[in-house]
Design a binder for this molecule. Structure first.
Ligand SMILES: Nc1ccn([C@@H]2O[C@H](COP(=O)(O)OP(=O)(O)OP(=O)(O)O)[C@@H](O)[C@H]2O)c(=O)n1
Ligand SMILES: O=P(O)(O)OC[C@@H](O)[C@@H](O)[C@@H](O)CO
Length: 438
């Protein structure tokens, strides 16, 4: 289950508030994938290779593996990592449930890693008997997490017809050649050139044969698989225009951009849960209207928390952000029930889930409920489950103008909490924070 477009594609099994992605036929061929992930990420800097750097607390590589694994017609995924990272990769596979992924040891260069990944499908493979040789092999850099079924389907179908295919993108800068003195020699006509991106797809035998015939120079200095099948298998790969989000995480800013893109995408859907009492339902519907100014999809559900055994199904869907409106501070057991049901959906394994409890009470002079202290303690405990629990204690005057203003403020505050997903703010937000909204 993925939220709309969460860095893992926008179609497939993503349901966007009632819309479902295009129903894709499977290609009439067997398909497997090799994800080269054996690099050290020097250009990104830092001690952790970029494929293992976290985005929203989860390694970048897990997003890419998930994006490929979600495509049900890709039967096997082989991730190629350096020897020192094999155990790390195996722990990622276990933690995030990447059941269809096999880890293979990489090589000193990207081509050598890819070759190692292909070998496990080759004849006499003693590495893993279950890995059947596919007709088409997809090769996709493990640091390109935003890959969708659509481009994968296109390159696979094109590879079936042409022998090889690769995603391309327009150049964003002009390419120039320099003289030996480092001066401009000439510039290329940008319209005639494209950037070679990933995914790429090949008839397995053709790319495997090409690697078997490769010179050491090819293996040590090349960066283009399409070139290898041209050179050794005389195949002119079909070039497929890909979408803009095929980019490769190379520098630090790429990682920040990827993190922001995922945060932005999983913040686009909110599920508002209220009691069935009329007041709570009305406040929930008003909040729904206000939230529509901030996010794409808002769904309202009115239930009696304790008695609702359908809660699991209500929570299991396309949302990672939940707002529970109560006219009194929910008891420890009610919050625990919600958290337990949320945890059981498995959603918080892949992404931090936001749960905002709003305690709406008609404005009185009475101080905020003393339950705030224990609520914050609970929130800190729940954070360990990757569920970010925030409490807003809002008192409001019943007359509609004040209520409108209060809900405008609440919607703005909720949007910040959802977009930031900052674990530091879990628990009851300070009274003074809220009182300024009244
Ligand atoms: N010996 C190598 C080198 C690279 N790769 C993988 O090939 C992909 C694209 O390569 P690149 O972006 O160059 O990754 P790095 O080599 O890690 O980056 P850098 O050049 O900055 O060190 C990455 O997923 C990288 O892990 C690999 O499998 N084996
Ligand atoms: O060149 P780098 O080592 O940065 O990364 C590999 C890329 O070149 C490669 O993924 C695409 O250009 C397609 O071949």
């Amino acid at each position: 289950m993925e939220p709309p477009g969460a860095g893992v594609g926008k179609a497939d099994d993503l349901e966007e508030a009632g819309e479902t992605g295009p129903c894709r036929r499977s290609p009439p061929v067997s398909v497997a994938a090799v994800l080269p992930a054996g690099g050290s990420g020097e250009r990104l800097g830092g001690s952790t290779p970029k494929q293992f750097c976290p985005m929203l607390g989860r390694p970048l590589i897990s997003y890419t593996v998930r994006a490929i694994e979600r495509i049900n017609w890709i039967t096997d995924v082989v991730v190629v990592v350096s020897s020192e990272n094999i155990e790390i990769m195996k722990s990622i596979i276990r933690k995030y449930g990447h059941e269809r992924t096999t880890v293979v040891e990489g090589g000193l260069t990207r081509h050598r890693s890819i070759f190692n990944g292909l070998k496990v499908f080759g004849k006499g493979n003693t590495f893993c008997a279950s890995l059947q040789k596919p007709e088409i092999i997809v090769i996709h850099d493990a640091v390109r997490p935003f890959v969708e079924e659509d481009i994968l389907f296109k390159v696979v179908m094109a590879a079936k017809e042409h022998g090889a295919a690769g995603a391309i993108r327009p150049l964003v800068s002009t390419v120039i050649a320099s003289t030996t003195e480092g001066c401009l020699d000439h510039s290329l006509d940008r319209a005639k050139y494209r950037a070679s991106e990933m995914p790429q797809a090949f008839l397995f035998d053709k790319i495997h044969q090409a690697y078997l015939q490769c010179s050491d120079y090819d293996l040590d200095y090349g960066t283009e698989c399409l070139h290898l099948v041209l050179k050794y298998s005389n195949i002119n790969a079909k070039l497929i225009e890909g979408p803009p989000d095929l980019w490769k995480v190379t520098y630090k800013w790429d990682l920040f951009a990827a993190d922001c893109l995922i945060k932005d995408t999983i913040s686009q859907g909110v599920c508002i849960i209220t009691d069935i009492e009329e007041d709570a339902v009305q406040v929930g519907l008003l909040l729904n209207e206000k939230m529509k100014n901030h996010v794409k999809h808002v769904k309202n559900v009115a239930i009696t928390l304790q008695k609702n055994d359908n809660l699991q199904n209500i929570l299991l869907g396309q949302y990672y952000n939940f707002i529970c409106i109560k006219n009194k501070l929910p008891g420890f057991d009610e919050v625990s029930l919600l958290v337990d049901k949320l945890e059981k959906t498995g959603a918080s394994v892949l992404y931090p889930v936001v749960l905002i409890l709003i305690n709406m009470s008609i404005l009185e002079n009475t101080p905020f409920n003393s339950g705030i202290e224990s609520f914050t303690i609970l929130a800190k405990e729940v954070k360990k489950k990757n569920i970010l629990l925030y409490g807003l204690f809002m008192q409001y005057k019943k007359e509609s103008l004040k209520l409108q203003e209060t809900m405008d403020s609440a919607a703005a505050l909720i949007t910040v909490l959802i977009r930031e997903r900052n674990p530091a703010f879990v628990g009851a937000l300070e009274n003074r924070l809220i009182s300024c909204y009244l």
